[in-house]
Write a protein that binds this ligand. Structure first.
Ligand code: AMP
Ligand code: FES
Ligand code: ZN
Length: 315
């Protein structure tokens, strides 16, 4: 197969775009899609300061490299969850990547914050994935606000976004539909959230990461029972196989024609927010925010454990 642009031997074939590219032209295609993703949804400008959440996976590292090479003002953010084996491996990838490309990196150590994920798991005694997501989002925002960043960018790709859209649509969750998209506005103590890879599929990012020699973290999280949305992703993958291009059409169509119809519902269901009395982050849940409440539960768990170890304790 020949490259659609320069007619050299093709390295990647993309049925969704009815095209094949050589290595060099594929890198240019990927860059165009990132640029189009940013400009068509007005995600951010060259003069703004962007914090890029880096998990150690291929998507966020590819995003960081592209944004840096395009000349954006980017800083990486890694949340060290302190999960044995998986967190140190991810951290080493992120640190190595940023050092190799001379990119600034900020690290939040959850163990130092009293929120090491194994401890949270023991203290809460329930599946930890949703709690982990909540803690990560909390720190994304806290770090972005503290560092006066204009936006926090994540590596969510088209497959992530389409699976979420399908899930929201299957439930006709008007409020979630109204607030889904590659740009969520800042306000009420929240930083702007952006997803610049929304036009690119997992396959396309994986190819980019491979061709650019991006090593990425492979060890799966031991706490996740399976990748989230995996059934929906498989379903969309099969649909894409039969009807190439449908995934991007579905998501883009939603952004252009569907989303606005749900925006009012999202606004109506917006809870009034106030700053947490302990950490100052916005919360709709009363005096203290969800993460400070988790911290409190972890503290109580540790205290109860110490008591049980005291000589003469009946526990
Ligand atoms: P996931 O929910 O694991 O698919 O991750 C989605 C996005 O969240 C990634 O592309 C990253 O941008 C960000 N992310 C996930 N985990 C971390 C982490 N430990 N530290 C920083 N960013 C993360
Ligand atoms: Fe958070 Fe696995 S990465 S529970
Ligand atoms: Zn708080």
């Amino acid at each position: 197969m020949k490259c659609k642009i320069c007619k050299a031997e093709a390295a990647v074939a993309l049925r969704s775009h009815n095209a094949a590219f050589c290595e060099k032209c594929y890198a240019a295609f990927f860059r165009r899609q990132v640029q189009k993703g940013i400009s068509s949804r007005n995600l951010f400008s060259m003069s703004e300061k962007i914090l890029v959440a880096l998990s150690g996976g291929k998507d966020s590292l590819a995003l960081m490299l592209e944004l840096a090479e395009l000349g954006y003002n980017v800083t990486g953010l890694f949340i060290d969850l302190a999960i044995p084996e998986s967190s140190p491996a991810a951290r080493a990838q992120v640190e190595g990547f940023c050092a190799r490309h001379k990119l600034p990196l900020q690290i939040v150590d959850l163990a130092a914050e009293g929120l090491a994920m194994p401890l949270v798991k023991k203290a809460l005694r329930r599946p930890v994935c949703s709690v982990c997501g909540k803690i990560k989002r909390y720190w994304f925002n806290r770090a972005a606000m503290a560092g006066c960043y204009d936006a926090i960018a994540t590596g969510h790709n088209l497959d992530d976004e389409v699976a979420r859209l399908l899930s929201n649509t299957l439930r006709w969750d008007a409020s979630y539909l109204g607030s889904q998209g590659p740009r969520l506005e800042a306000g009420n103590g929240f930083a702007r959230k952006v997803k610049p890879l929304w036009r690119l599929s997992e396959f396309e990012t994986a190819n980019y990461a491979f061709l650019r020699g991006i090593e990425h973290h492979m060890a799966p999280c031991p706490y996740s029972a399976g990748a989230s949305f995996s059934i929906l992703k498989n379903l969309m993958h099969r649909l894409e196989g039969a009807m190439p291009g449908r995934k991007l059409d579905f998501y883009q169509g939603f952004l252009e024609k569907g989303r606005e119809n749900f925006a009012q519902a999202a606004k109506r269901e917006d809870m009034p927010l106030s700053p947490c009395s302990l950490c100052g982050q916005p919360t709709s849940g009363g005096e203290i925010c969800g993460v400070c409440s988790i911290k409190r539960q972890v503290g109580e768990y540790i205290k109860a454990g110490r008591k049980a170890e005291e000589p003469g304790s009946a526990l």
